[in-house]
Ligand binder design. Sequence first.
Ligand code: NOJ
Length: 743
Amino acid sequence: MLYTCVAACILAGCSPTGDDKNAVIEQKVESLLKRMTLEEKLGQMNQISSYGNVEDMSALIRRGEIGSILNEVDPQRINTLQRVAVEESRLGIPLLIARDVIHGFKTVFPIPLGQAATFDPQLVEDGARISAIEASSAGIRWTFSPMIDVARDPRWGRMTEGSGEDTYLTSVMGVAMIKGYQGDSLNDPTSIAACPKHFVGYGAAEGGRDYNSTYISERQLRNVYLPPFEAACKAGAATYMSSFNDNDGVPSSGNKFILRDILRGEWGFDGMVVSDWTSITEMISHGFAADAAEAARRAVDAGVDMDMVSYAYYKELPQLIKDGKVKQQTIDDAVRNILRIKFRLGLFDNPYVDENLDVLYAPAHLEAAKRAAVESAILLKNEKQTLPIPASVRTLAIIGPMADAPYEQMGTWTFDGDKNHTVTPLKAIRELAADKIQVIYEPGLSFSRDKDTKGIAKAVAAASRADMVVVFVGEEAILSGEAHCLADLNLQGAQSELIEALSKTGKPLVTVVMAGRPLTIGKEAALSSALLYSFHPGTMGGPALADLLFGKAVPSGKTPVTFPKSVGQVPIYYSHNRTGRPVTGNEILLDSIPVEAGQTSLGCTSFYLDEGWTPLYPFGYGLSYTTFEYDNIRLAADKLSVSDTLRVNFELENTGNYTATEVAQLYIQDKVGSINRPVKELKRFQRVTLKPGERRKLEFKLPVSELAFWNIDMKKTVEPGEFALWVATDSQSGEAVPFEVTE
Ligand code: NOJ
């Protein structure tokens, strides 16, 4: 017998405001809608990108041709344009000003992938709140964030913008960002509307090449890619963005199944859907529409309310309506969705921004950005406790193209971050070391792609004079992000040669990688005594890394994505399904295969002859300066019914010498299902800070209903039977603990 769960959202709907407030807003929407001409309605559905000429834009706004502007960040200009909309257009409907505030506005936080590495949703929420405070102070009331695309291919440059490979972690972090952006009420002038994107499946781009097609089955869509978006809806996300990709042949901006049936029908979403940039007319390139008119018809019918910059709606819909090809009702519904958000944001009551706010780069914002950068750094190797830098070190060599690269450490999508406010590791280390340690700086290479090896000799000479060497390598900001995909994930330029040359000095070598994605750094890791990975850490990356290197802070980040040994292993992720031929551990790798070995002599299991089956670093992995031990993992009950809550008790002890934080993780496996279920799935995590020697009793609680998945009958269901769970430090550790779900 199967138990079907009814998603709470279907009953409750995904509206962010209370019923009374909603009713008042609905009345206002209806009465305004009644007064609107068709042109004014289509104007609301039209978003443009700001361009220099305020006069030109004002003329369009005055005519009611524009509902929203993106990429305008100057508060005076925003007020000028808003005044035209409110005071000079016939109906006075305010503009909605949008911007890609992805990981901070002026104060830049670590890239979202780095924020995910913190496994600290509160910190992520706080960061998003700060982003909202700063962005709204410029007049921005809508951000195109969070990106909650599950991404399992680091070649895809946009992995940097999301929370990595895991559905649950992505859901939790997406919700945290939405809460931070939207605050307690959208109506608050410091709140900005969130826009979960890209709906949907965009992260599964074939070959990790941006904008490419995806082939996600409905079941996989529902089990892996949709849950973060459903969680976002429950969290009250005000808007959604339809993605560029076509899935199984249907571009998202023309996909009624996802935009109407699932988002509105199943989840009860009543906010606004915006297309991605020209993604409506891009349906012509997809071969899904013959011309702009057909593209506009397909998009509006599918449920895209606002057209980001293609102008297809404004130009094509009048004729389509006249010809009866698009219903007036469809337009009215889209306009309702748009006006509803403008009312919820309080724009009709309070359209203007206070031009005298002074909140950018506030000390508390910088402090929060530093904390985020501290928590996001992942210690991947620390041979013989190389780190923290011991007091015996008198001379420290700082090497590498990322040691003093203020622009690059901010990462992608930092339109508004100012490199002059960035503190680099070199600057921070010099400050921290002050007169106690002599710091010798020799970059060796001038930027990450630099192939000119002339400077390496000087770097080696500097290293030879030092007691310890810290080399900062990685990727420039431009190497990840939208459209910035890579087929080769090795360190760029001559960075690997630089590390090799430094390692030959025999000095303790600490490698710090600042990058937008996991890189294939096995060789460099082997050459280094310690390896610290910092996904582009933002404005305060330098002080954060300096604190970590000197032991003023202890690393606690965990990998939010599996690190492959080589690109050939991609996609490689921990939560894969089970093959009929899993590895046994006795597999023979390339160099051990006898010449003329028999066809079946190696065993027939699922692995690569050259790379085996394990990644470089698994999901959830990260070391500390201290050590932790898990003990006494016990279940309050090991036979549960679907209405029960699983309670897992365990003890965690700090067995080392530093006060430090561990991210304890709970994974489950559904042993037998009506479909193949993943080997492991993350279900809970918690950050626990312990003093040296401290032992604490802890608990994970998991309602059994959260073991539900979309099964063979395409029903969200908990299937009774045998399960296993792990409480562990990462996705590959710990002992399986069995439990059973009964009918
Ligand atoms: C295209 C990107 O895909 C999307 O993420 C972004 O929000 C829009 N451009 C607006 O800049």
